[in-house]
Design a protein around this ligand. Structure first.
Ligand code: GLN
Length: 263
């Protein structure tokens, strides 16, 4: 494991977060590491010190130290390289989640947190089995702008805008909770109307772009969940202006709506 960067710390008391990026050298398609930049910067603006570490093949998840785990997207080839390793980390990942660690997994990473991914060549890749789902590649890629309706906390509804590009069709187990409902786009499988999966503080999604720059409320939701691992009171973050972020969201949301509904 190696340190790959950190946020500035300001007048935020002694708040700190440890973010671990799994396989940054393999799973980082569409600038997915931008999500970490957003989390680090938004934390730093609140005076929270952030340490970002990378976890590579054969390296342990620092259970008890990590506040947020991040896994990005990748093509089938990269997924095949990391699949046995992530499957072997299942117990560590499960222990981290039980310890209150937040997880965000995007596209290829999302697929590998489920039980398995059958890739386009027909190979069955093992997953960590953390999220209640499995994925099978279909004949046609599902590509384009996406808009979701999300309600991660009861009564607190938001739209999430992003971009998807995947062959995998992800099937949630019965009773599994999606991340959001599609307003526009294909989502998990092009049919169910669901996108992503949520299991407590773990989120999996197909949305790239990266996801967080144009969905600042979601970045803050993740930060609050991550801070909650160390803090006894419900963590509160100082509000930010987010003028550009809201503009970016509005443009992306409109682009998705212009697709004309689901699919
Ligand atoms: N290889 C996977 C798929 O095509 C994931 C692709 C990605 O991360 N963009 O479904």
């Amino acid at each position: 494991m190696s340190a790959i960067g950190g946020g500035d710390s300001g007048p935020g008391g002694d708040r700190r977060l440890v973010i671990c990026h799994l396989y940054p050298e393999y799973l980082n398609i569409y600038a997915d590491r931008g999500n970490i930049a957003v989390l680090s910067r938004r934390a730093a603006w609140r005076g929270i010190a952030v340490e970002v570490r990378s976890i590579g093949l054969g390296e342990d998840v620092p259970v008890g130290e990590v506040d947020l785990l991040y896994v990005g997207g990748g093509q089938d080839r990269e997924q095949a390289l990391v699949a046995p390793d992530i499957a072997g980390k299942a117990d560590q990942l499960r222990a981290a989640l039980a310890d209150g660690t937040v997880l965000l997994a995007v596209c290829g990473g999302y697929q590998l947190l489920g039980r398995s991914y059958r890739d386009q060549a027909g190979a069955e890749l093992p997953g960590a089995g953390i999220l209640p789902l499995h994925t099978v590649a279909g004949p046609r890629r599902l590509i384009g702008d996406v808009l979701l309706d999300c309600e991660l906390d009861p009564g607190d509804r938001h739209t999430v805008a992003g971009f998807e590009n995947h062959a995998g069709r992800t099937l949630l187990d019965p009773g599994a909770e999606p991340f959001g409902r599609l307003v526009a786009g294909f989502g998990n499988d092009g049919e169910s109307g669901f996108e992503g999966c949520r299991l407590g503080r773990a989120l999996g999604t197909y949305l790239h772009g990266p996801l967080l720059p144009r969905n600042p409320w979601l970045a803050d939701w993740l930060l609050v969940q991550a801070l909650a691992r160390r803090e006894t009171a419900v963590p509160v973050l100082a509000p930010l202006a987010d003028t550009f972020e809201h503009e970016a969201h509005a443009v992306a949301a409109q682009r998705a709506r212009d697709r004309g509904g689901r699919s």
